[in-house]
Design a protein around this ligand. Structure first.
Ligand code: IMP
Length: 431
């Protein structure tokens, strides 16, 4: 049975948590393939809100195997706290339901310290990172000085790697960033505790995942972040440090690309972004504030207010094309209720030229002027609607227009945070 990938098509926070939770009901294994605890998934089940930063959203379905693949970076302090919090609430009943790749890289305290100090020094030019050490951890991985999770279990090797890295990082922290040095003994002792806490979960996830597929299990690959934060295809340098597109899922999970059969792209019915960087359709007026309030647009990881704006078809069109999106999951359309006239960005004008796809350079991003199309709004509340045919005509028209602008058919429409506030439009995913 082939795998399905779910990815965000904007700047993250598209509502992936809810959609993955829904799709996980039909999956046996749910895998994260990139990023770390910079991601945040908010799920509301039976009125109870859960925020997950690392463990795949499938964890709220007992019996699902949740995996973190080699492409993920793992802060063991966050992972162990998340395991504890979930267990306290009755989830993750068995150790075998959580699998952590021995090849995933560890986020170390010096990664966090460097991330935050650099952002502070950048001042107005900051990227607006989550401060979780994600970028510095991926830097070390690529520089071949990172420490994979499996190295924790070679105690002498871990001690050597930590001592070597800390010498270098403390020099950098003190001399360049003006930060205090970190203590070897403290980190060594703490990571020794994580070694034991994580022992039941650490494994070669690639082998287990490929075996699950061969045995006909249904696999869901859960993207974190959004396509415009992709390190190759996003609004560089205002991006995260991993590959977000569906093409990265195979490598980050440990699968051949042909194992992936279907790609679901998640888009919010409007646009949000946390952190700095270009956002052509941003609304800095009262309407933007209204979207933030009605959509509860505050970062689930950092609590920062999200920047809000109109739906940008240029961005989602790019995501659909790059990731081969087969079906669109559109979220939070209920938040648009009551806005008389809705705008959708259909193209950008850059230096007098119309562009259907995003530009590559910062200069062009700064000059990009959205070309808008106006669509009539609706006043009816959508939270109780359970069939497309029951949507107000203008809401249906809005959805249909987005489908045609981005080039992908609707597969799921979400009309509220609860699991049941969902319209499934695709027989392949019918419950
Ligand atoms: P980093 O991933 O912490 O290095 O942050 C880089 C950029 O990506 C910042 O603008 C963050 O706000 C943004 N970012 C990272 N993860 C997410 C996410 O899950 N949702 C939304 N924005 C994110």
């Amino acid at each position: 049975m082939p795998a399905t990938v779910v990815i965000g098509t904007q700047w993250g926070d598209e509502g992936k948590g809810k959609i993955v939770d829904l799709l996980a009901a039909d999956a046996d294994v749910v895998v994260r393939f990139h990023g770390g605890n910079n991601a945040g998934h908010t799920l509301v089940v039976n009125g109870e809100k859960t925020i997950l930063n690392l463990i795949p959203a499938g964890v709220l379905h007992p019996g699902r195997v949740c995996m973190m693949g080699p492409g993920v970076v793992i802060d063991p302090e966050v992972l162990t706290a998340e395991i504890d919090a979930l267990r306290k609430r009755g989830y993750l009943g068995e150790d075998r339901w959580l699998r952590v790749s021995e090849r995933a890289h560890l986020i170390m305290p010096y990664h966090r310290a460097i991330d935050r100090a650099r952002e502070r020094l950048r001042g107005a030019g900051k990227i607006g990172t989550t401060g979780r050490g994600i970028g510095p951890a991926y830097e070390d991985k690529m520089a071949r000085t990172g420490i994979p999770v499996g190295e924790l279990y070679d105690e002498a090797g871990f001690r050597d790697a930590l001592a070597r890295n800390l010498r270098e990082k403390n020099g950098y922290l003190e001399a360049i960033l003006g930060e205090p040095p970190l203590s070897f003994d403290e980190i060594h002792a703490r990571y020794g505790e994580y070694r034991e806490r994580l022992r039941p979960f650490v494994t070669d996830t690639g082998v287990e995942l490929r075996a699950a597929l061969a045995a006909g299990k249904r696999v869901l690959l859960e993207g974190a972040h959004g396509m415009m934060l992709d390190v190759d295809h996003g609004t560089y340098p205002f991006v995260t440090s991993s590959s977000v597109v569906s093409g990265a899922a195979a490598a980050g999970a440990g699968l051949p690309p042909r194992a992936i059969e279907r790609v679901i792209g998640i888009a919010k019915a409007y646009t949000t972004r946390v952190g700095s960087g270009p956002f052509p359709t941003e609304l800095t007026d009262a309407l933007g504030e209204r979207l933030r309030a009605d959509g509860d647009e505050y970062g689930s990881t950092t609590g920062r207010p999200r920047r809000c704006g109109w739906f940008d078809a240029v961005v989602v069109r790019q995501a659909v094309a790059l990731s081969g999106v087969d079906g669109l999951a559109l979220t939070k359309i209920d938040v648009l209720t009551g806005i008389d006239s809705l705008r959708v960005c259909v193209a950008y004008e850059i230096g007098g030229r119309r562009r259907e796809l995003p530009p590559a350079t910062q200069r062009d991003w700064e000059r990009a002027v959205p070309v808008y199309e106006e669509l009539p709004g609706w006043r009816e509340s959508l939270g109780a609607v359970r069939a497309l045919a029951d949507l107000p005509a203008n809401a249906r028209r809005y959805v249909r227009r987005l489908e045609s602008l981005v080039g992908a058919p609707l597969t799921i429409l979400s009309v509220g945070a609860q699991r049941e506030q969902t319209i499934r439009c695709d027989a392949a995913f019918a419950a």
